[in-house]
Design a protein around this ligand. Structure first.
Ligand code: UD1
Length: 415
């Protein structure tokens, strides 16, 4: 299996261009199922998760072509109403195809996404919401069969602002007759990007402080759309600069999307210079212990919890990261401890006692963002780190070796 070999101790320095956001690209590809006209998406990152979603929609009948970060999704064969389990098992976001297939075909059969190492990830909110739009849901052991004689707009109040459920309902509601109001909807930048794409396809979507309102049933057409920058990739590279005692500038970013993260980085003792579409993070003489709680946007993003934990493991004193979104997101703790970090999990919090240095070790990434935490730790550690499980890491970080090397990091990927 491929591995990353990291030699720690070189401060990262320089500029890195940030890719389009994985979590915006995936629902955008799914939204193309709403129309037979071509949907052209720019700034699509070159990632395994993107390949998986494109393979999923190709298997449902679409024609997909790709060049230089631009993906064109056009009408191919008749749409099929059954998604294949090999795709949905690989990646939970494939479950989003349920909404558009149901809205267009009146029936969809989609495998239930499997378990996940960051904790149980149910789809009850997706299914309850679709029921309220007039769907009949039959849950089987490994799949759901959802049918409708026509989706109708409704007022749906989500008990939790789930990103996936909000996307599922927004996409389905564009083809429902009448108005849908989603209250307590997620507000992540990726949700706003999906709204912008759907509007470009002819949907009428308003976002107000109470929720998202979709006037459904308008004819949808093709569109050109450019994906927003990946705020999680940007945050990870800023942390990489800080943990190695260097200075990294992320370019082509949208700083306002990092509103919940940047103040925490400053609290942790990192100096920031924020421009219109770039951010520079510079390590100062001393990191500071910090307390933070993850929360839906605009709070501190859960996906940056593990990489932040790597940084705080080197901040003198006691830090605490409370995880409220994915309450079992602590897969990074054991491997980070093997590298010398002092971290205890207390209920849903990581309690971190800062150490003077981390040491290289052989570790395995249990999931995507834990993988990012271990890369950061390996770049800062004394000695060599061998990181296995990089298939997780490569789901979310395009060209990570090349980017880190260009910043002066010493990292090699074995085939
Ligand atoms: C998306 C992101 C992921 C990010 C997360 C939270 C994508 C592809 N992934 O995941 O990177 O960490 O948002 O910002 O965009 N829940 C339920 N029932 C449901 C749906 C969710 O209980 O039907 C729970 C989940 O178990 C979790 C919480 O709600 O505890 C948040 O999940 P959700 O916001 O849906 O995250 P995802 O869309 O899966």
């Amino acid at each position: 299996m491929p591995q990353l070999i990291l030699s720690g101790g070189s401060p990262l320095s320089g500029r890195v261009a940030i890719e389009g956001a994985k979590n915006a690209a995936l629902p955008a590809c799914v939204a193309s199922l709403l129309t037979n006209e071509p949907v052209v998406l720019g700034r699509i990152p070159d990632l395994r998760d993107v390949e998986t979603i494109l393979a999923t929609i190709a298997s449902l009948g679409k024609t997909v072509s790709r060049s230089d970060g631009v993906v064109t999704i056009s009408h191919g064969a008749m749409l099929r109403d059954e998604a294949e389990s090999r795709f949905v098992r690989q990646m939970r976001a494939s479950f989003l195809v349920l909404g558009p297939l149901l809205a267009r075909l009146g029936r969809a059969v989609v495998p239930l996404p499997g378990g996940c190492t960051i904790g149980p990830r149910p789809v009850d909110l997706h299914l309850d919401g679709l029921r309220q739009l007039g769907a009949h849901v039959e849950r089987q052991d490994t799949a759901v069969i959802v049918t409708t004689d026509g989706l109708r707009g409704a007022d749906v109040r989500l008990p939790y602002p789930s990103v996936g459920a909000t996307e599922q309902l927004m996409i389905a509601a564009t083809l429902a007759t009448g108005e849908t109001r989603i209250e307590n909807a997620a507000r992540e930048p990726e949700i706003l990007d999906l709204a912008s794409l759907l509007s470009g396809m002819g949907a009428q979507i308003d976002i107000d402080p109470e929720g998202i309102v979709i006037a459904g049933g308008r004819p949808l057409h093709g569109a050109h759309h450019r994906i927003i920058p990946d705020r999680i990739e940007a945050g990870t590279y800023l942390l990489a600069g800080a943990i190695t005692g260097g200075q990294v500038t992320v370019e082509e970013v949208e700083p306002s999307h990092l509103g919940g993260f940047l103040p925490v980085l400053e609290q942790a003792g990192v100096s920031l210079d924020v421009g219109e579409s770039r951010i520079t993070a510079r390590a100062t003489a001393r990191l500071r212990a910090t307390r933070v709680t993850t929360a839906p946007h605009p709070g501190f993003p859960t996906d940056l919890h593990p990489p932040l934990a790597a940084l705080l493991s080197l901040a003198p004193g006691e830090s605490r990261i409370e995880e409220t979104v994915f309450k079992q997101r602590f897969g990074y703790v054991d491997p980070l401890r093997r590298m010398g970090a002092r971290i205890q999990v207390d209920d849903v919090s990581a309690v971190i006692q800062g150490v003077r240095e981390l040491r290289g070790a052989s570790v395995t990434a249990p999931d995507l963002r834990a993988g990012a935490a271990l890369v950061l730790a390996g770049l800062a550690a004394d000695g060599q780190t061998t990181l296995c499980g990089i298939e997780h890491l490569e789901r979310g970080y395009a060209r990570i070796c090349a980017k880190l090397t260009a910043l002066g990091g010493r990292v090699e990927r074995t085939a």
